[in-house]
Design a protein around this ligand. Structure first.
Ligand SMILES: *Cc1c(COP(=O)(O)O)cnc(C)c1O
Length: 418
């Protein structure tokens, strides 16, 4: 694309089949003082209806109906019913997904269950640049049960050699790299891993809600993902976990808890796993958080995931085309793949003054984030962003770089969350 004009961005919006999704979000989040929110990959904005749902759950159900709400308002079913709304976004059946806990905890649950399914092998493969929590969970688990974490630099080029010795129990990869936005090809990667007799565990933290994912179609073994990023479930929202049907009744939960029991209210001393994916529930679900996530997922009702893919590609392509016009003059280096098929709903640049630059951008109403050591990161959620937002964000970035005003933020102390 040559240097795009704002009129071209408007024209793309005029024929955007997802344009009406924006109205499913609270204006407080998506229409405040010209702010352009490019951080929905870190904390999604507030969908309409969530506030009312939380008030009703708090005042009507918890406050009014008290403990009978577990039955009368189906609180007990929320881990399943919420998961059923996520299932179509990841190409899974409703019986293969359960919501609850955090992504980190779900990684532990799936990785430990997967390792038990390959008792004759003890190696776990991951990428050295994987999100740290994924690596910490794997290292801690392997140090307690025994096993080796085999870290590779790049799954696209090194996975086959790492699998070749035939000793790998599980390959655990995050589909979209949180720094660069690089997106791994789900089908080819899964097929290779399974060809070598290993199990495939996907982290979909930056995938679900951003583009179509087809877990069942690629025959993945396990997956986990996050509720508060592109799914907009609110800060610390419950995460989710997927298991292939063939594993559902064989996988033994290592974190066995009473609500994963077949009959929790018989209070038996021995753990008998529930049938199916419900066995991965551990303790009591946080109902207020579930109410928010369950309501937020209505944003995706009637939305064909393939349309999310198309729009995310269109938004990121436009941003790259706009920034191409001035990047090299100002020391911005594209860190994301140029090929849209190899990129998630995210575009990252390296810049020597990345933290200060992002602080200046945020002050100018373009909210992205910074990832050490030098990455400025922009998330392009297809559910509420318009092409004109993308164009305007690039224009503000151009101006801040051109007038050098970002240098004024250089001395700001770095805050805890970057
Ligand atoms: C955001 C993210 C997580 C978050 O884990 P929590 O336990 O929910 O805090 C995990 N893995 C990846 C790849 C992520 O991007």
């Amino acid at each position: 694309m040559s240097q795009p004009t704002r009129q071209q961005a408007e024209a793309l919006d005029a024929r955007d089949p997802l344009a009406e999704m924006r109205a499913r979000f609270d204006p407080t989040s998506v229409d405040r003082d010209g702010r352009i929110y490019l951080d929905g990959n870190s904390l999604g904005p507030l969908p309409l209806g969530v506030k009312e749902r939380l008030i009703e759950t708090t005042m009507g159900q918890w406050g009014g109906d008290l403990i009978s709400s577990w039955n009368d308002h189906d609180w007990m079913l929320l881990p399943r019913t919420t998961a059923a709304k996520i299932a179509p976004l990841i190409g899974a059946g409703p019986d293969q997904v359960i919501c609850g806990d955090s992504t980190s905890v779900n990684l532990f649950k799936t990785l430990s269950a997967a390792m038990k399914l390959r008792p004759d092998r003890s190696v776990v493969i991951s990428e050295i640049g994987n999100f740290p929590t994924d690596l910490y969970v794997a290292e801690a688990l392997l140090s307690s049960v025994g096993g080796e974490l085999r870290l590779i630099d790049d799954a696209e080029t090194e996975l086959r050699d790492a699998l070749a010795p035939g000793d790998v129990a599980v390959t655990m990869l995050t589909q979209v790299d949180y720094r660069t936005g690089r997106k791994l090809e789900l089908a080819r990667t899964t097929e290779m891993v399974r060809h070598f007799g290993a199990l495939m565990l996907w982290d979909l933290a930056h995938s679900a809600g951003a583009f179509a994912v087809d877990l069942a179609g690629v025959d993945a073994d396990f997956a986990v993902g996050c509720g508060y990023k592109f799914l907009n479930g609110g800060p610390g929202a419950p995460a989710y976990l997927y298991a292939a049907t063939r594993h559902l009744d064989r996988a033994a939960p290592v974190l066995a808890g009473w609500l994963g029991h077949r009959r929790p209210f018989e209070f038996m001393p021995d753990f008998e796993p529930a049938e199916g994916v419900g066995r991965f529930t551990v303790g009591t679900p946080p109902i207020l958080s579930f109410a928010a996530l369950d309501e937020a997922l209505n944003v995706f009702r009637d939305v064909a995931p393939a349309r999310l893919t198309q729009k995310a590609q269109s938004l990121t392509e436009l941003f790259i085309a706009c920034v191409d016009g001035f990047a090299s003059d100002h020391g911005l280096q594209l860190a994301s793949p140029r090929d849209a098929a190899r990129r998630g709903a995210q575009v990252s640049y390296r810049h020597a003054g990345g933290y200060a630059l992002m602080q200046a951008l945020i002050a100018a109403g373009v909210v992205g984030d910074f990832r050490a050591p030098d990455i400025v990161r922009f998330g392009f959620a297809p559910s509420y962003l318009r092409h004109v937002d993308v164009w305007d964000a690039a224009e503000r970035l151009r101006r801040i770089l051109a007038d050098g005003s970002w240098r004024d933020s250089r001395d700001h102390p770095r805050r805890a969350v970057t």
